[in-house]
Design a protein around this ligand. Structure first.
Ligand SMILES: Cc1ncc(C[n+]2csc(CCOP(=O)(O)OP(=O)(O)O)c2C)c(N)n1
Ligand SMILES: [Mg+2]
Length: 564
């Protein structure tokens, strides 16, 4: 059978459509003009970004939101290097993503031609697969392969390089079929073993995390947790795998963990880790759960067999997708939970106590009370609001005091990458235009990728960004005061007027400096995002001394000095 002759760019775009791609993010380059040309009359929407870091973060957020690979197009060396932060994040976060990079033509390859990089070496450690498509007739095969790899087992990023002459060449390949992700399932024997471990436990806890989840899997998990009276915690930045309103949700296991929850995990005798990698952040530097042999019995379920036994020698290791495991756990005959049934309400009470007004705002003296601001957000925003953040101490105001709704209501990088908050919010609004999307961003965070507000304006995406302006790279200042008290170095920031900046982009801007100003500012900003379908920024100007909910910089410094 003969097929029509098409350019490489057109074959590529046709392949993307065959796999269900509806949107791509990117920054254009002359290296892939043929793809841009084919996109011109495709059904794929090309969201034009302002910087490739933002584009790659958006592709990651799209991947997290949908479970389908986020697609990103960037140009050669400079575009690829800018985009690398998103590839690294997708790798650490196990997010399905495909980054397409322009490449020099085959006539100049290996001469260090203009902007030439060997992407295999560059992305080797941070992508699941890096390849270069040298023949247009093999594009459908490479693209199908890329989708399979990005979504199967432990999901992650794939990088495909596109030599310029290959894209412009003609070929007549047949299109491939739509991809079908592959996940392993637990065996009946493994579920029986898990059940036996649970039946002999006294203080079990469940820890959720990782990728390959689905809203139905979350419902199955609820069945399993309820039937067996299990307290459920979520790993670092996977807090939306169980609706935080659910009575079995007992908090998050990561940076700034509730000490009561840390104690609960330490004193448990069985941890059922369902999906997380059990990485450094989730395990409190491998101290909360001792490595390599934990004190507790450990059941570790993860989609990648290579991840099992990597750090922890679990009692039971199950290579399985989260959804497959949850389906079998929901169907498992419940065990007698009378020994630990009370720990659900106990854990829940400790979680709720941890969400109460924290010490730094106890005396009511601060002009702007950030805890009150989060309470107002909880009152004003819908339950399914998507909340995003990047890295910085400000994130604790979301992690600890906000209540995440059902999956996907949280977008945050486990890679700890700054700059994720604004692009991920914009991407979330692309995927779910009717949902309310709020980015929590520090002043440092915002300045890394805040220019993507222009993207939000261009496509009519009404996100709300709350900028926590403490005039510093606060996290680093905090560590500085702990390790080198009183010797501030390289952590101060002189900032623009964020509200004015938002207006310059064509959005709405407010500055809030006192608690009572927040609720009306929020109401105006939300109305603007909904009516105008354009972004709004609320800048919270507050005392930088209030560095964490529990401690001020002054006390951290004083304690550090006292130790010296
Ligand atoms: C891309 C990137 N660069 C640097 C860091 C190191 N880092 C982590 S938090 C932080 C400061 C964040 O500042 P800001 O966004 O203002 O939040 P704050 O801690 O002040 O609340 C820095 C520099 C990082 N995680 N990611
Ligand atoms: Mg800051």
């Amino acid at each position: 059978m003969t097929h029509p002759s098409r350019s490489g760019g057109r074959i590529l775009v046709d392949a993307l459509q065959a796999h269900g791609v509806d949107v791509t993010f990117g920054v254009p380059g002359e290296s892939y003009l043929d793809v841009l040309d084919a996109l011109h009359d495709s059904n794929i929407k090309f969201i034009v970004n302002r910087q490739e870091g933002g584009a790659a973060f958006m592709a990651d957020a799209y991947g997290k939101m949908t479970g389908r690979p986020g697609i990103c197009f960037v140009t050669r060396g400079p575009g690829a290097t800018n985009a690398s932060i998103g590839v690294h994040t997708a790798f650490q976060d196990s997010t399905p993503m495909i980054l397409f990079v322009g490449q020099v033509g085959s006539d100049f390859v290996e001469r260090e031609a203009f902007q030439e990089i060997d992407y295999r070496r560059m992305f080797g450690q941070m992508a699941k697969w890096v390849a270069q498509i040298d023949r247009a007739d093999r594009i459908p095969e490479y693209i199908a392969h890329a989708f399979q790899i990005a979504t199967s087992g432990r999901p992650g990023p794939v990088v495909l390089a596109l030599p310029e002459d290959m894209l412009a060449s003609q070929a007549q390949p047949a299109d491939a079929r739509p991809y079908r992700p592959v996940q392993a399932s637990p065996s009946g024997a493994q579920i029986a073993e898990l059940r036996a471990l649970l039946a002999s436990a006294q203080r079990p806890v469940v820890l959720l995390g990782g990728a390959t989840w689905h809203i139905n899997a979350c419902a199955d998990l609820v069945k399993f947790a309820e039937a067996n009276a299990l307290p459920v915690a979520c790993a670092f930045r996977f807090q939306d795998l169980l609706d935080n309103a659910h009575p079995h949700y007992v908090g998050d296991v990561g940076i700034g963990i509730n000490p009561k929850l840390a104690q609960r995990v330490k004193e448990s005798d069985l941890i059922i880790a369902l999906g997380p990698r059990l990485g450094e952040m989730t395990t409190g530097g491998y101290a909360l759960i001792e490595a390599p042999v934990p004190k507790q019995r450990l059941v570790h379920i993860h989609p990648d067999p290579d991840e099992l036994g990597r750090v922890y020698q679990a009692d039971l290791m199950i290579a399985s997708g989260a959804a497959q495991a949850c389906a079998m756990l929901a169907a498992m005959e419940p065990v007698d939970a009378s020994a630990w049934r009370h720990t659900v309400a106990e854990g829940r009470a400790e979680y709720e106590a941890w969400q109460q007004r924290p010490p730094v705002f106890a005396d009511g003296a601060a002009p702007l009370d950030l805890w009150e601001a989060v309470q107002e957000l909880r009152r004003a925003l819908p339950h399914d609001t998507i909340v995003t953040n990047g890295a910085g101490n400000y994130a604790t105001w979301a992690h600890r005091f906000w209540r995440y709704g059902p999956m996907r209501t949280q977008l945050a990088p486990t890679s700890g990458a700054m700059g994720y908050a604004v692009p991920s919010a914009v991407a979330a609004k692309v995927v779910a235009p009717s949902r309310t999307v709020v980015a929590f961003a520090g002043d440092g965070e915002f300045m890394m990728t805040g220019q993507e507000l222009a993207t939000a304006v261009q496509y009519g995406l009404g996100v709300l960004v709350i900028v926590f302006n403490n005039g510093m790279f606060g996290t680093i200042r905090m560590h500085q005061e702990r390790e080198y008290p009183g010797r501030v170095s390289g952590t101060g920031l002189h900032n623009p007027d964020f509200a004015l900046l938002a207006r310059a982009y064509g959005g709405h801007g407010e500055v809030v400096e006192a608690t009572a100003q927040f609720a009306p500012a929020l109401a105006r900003a939300l109305a603007f995002t909904r009516e105008q379908r354009l972004p709004a920024v609320i800048e919270l100007r507050y005392d930088g001394n209030l560095i964490t909910p529990n401690a001020t910089l002054e006390t951290i410094r004083a304690q550090a000095l006292a130790k010296k």
